[in-house]
Design a binder for this molecule. Structure first.
Ligand code: ZN
Length: 162
């Protein structure tokens, strides 16, 4: 069948920079999604419409269409002592989950000075134009429970989950 709303799709993907550097990849481990349920970036979901098993698609996305522009106000510098973390957590590139009164947020450590740590709350690929390369592995109709849950149940999934 062809990919259409309420199809369950499995695929392999790679995200590259315009120069071809691989930024993120599914490797050999397919990902699954429910088409038409806003589980993919809109620009990616659009090019997958009506594709079928074995098709390979490629789409260039601007930062806004991909992971968002890089927003300076999501970058903050905090005194190292304010972060109650073990010494080994202070590594550039490390992702932290911070909680405050308003909820929790994932931030990446982008710089460490002696006493000050720079935290970036943007998506690691924010501000970058990217190319998605996708290979469609499987397309099938969603089962009733998948439609009810609004997500795929790949092989091996526990169907009793909430
Ligand atoms: Zn489910």
């Amino acid at each position: 069948m062809n990919i259409t709303n309420n199809a369950i799709v499995s695929m392999l993907y790679a995200v590259t920079s315009p120069s071809g550097e691989v930024l993120e990849t599914s490797g050999d481990e397919p990902i699954w999604y429910l088409h038409g349920a806003d589980q993919l970036l809109p620009g990616l979901e659009k090019v997958l419409e009506s594709k079928t098993v074995g098709d390979k698609v490629e789409v260039d996305l601007s930062p806004a269409e991909a992971f968002g522009e890089h927003e300076e106000e999501l970058v903050s510098k905090v005194p190292r002592s304010e972060l109650e973390l073990p010494e080994e957590a202070f590594v550039v590139g490390n992702e932290l989950e911070l909680e405050d009164d308003t909820g929790s947020a994932i931030v990446t450590i982008t710089e460490i000075d002696e006493d000050v740590v720079t935290l970036d709350g943007n998506h690691p690929l924010a501000g970058r134009a990217v190319t998605f390369k996708v290979e469609v592995l499987e397309v099938r109709e969603a089962t009733e429970s998948e439609l009810e849950h609004g997500h795929p149940h790949p092989p091996g999934t526990d169907h009793d989950h909430a």
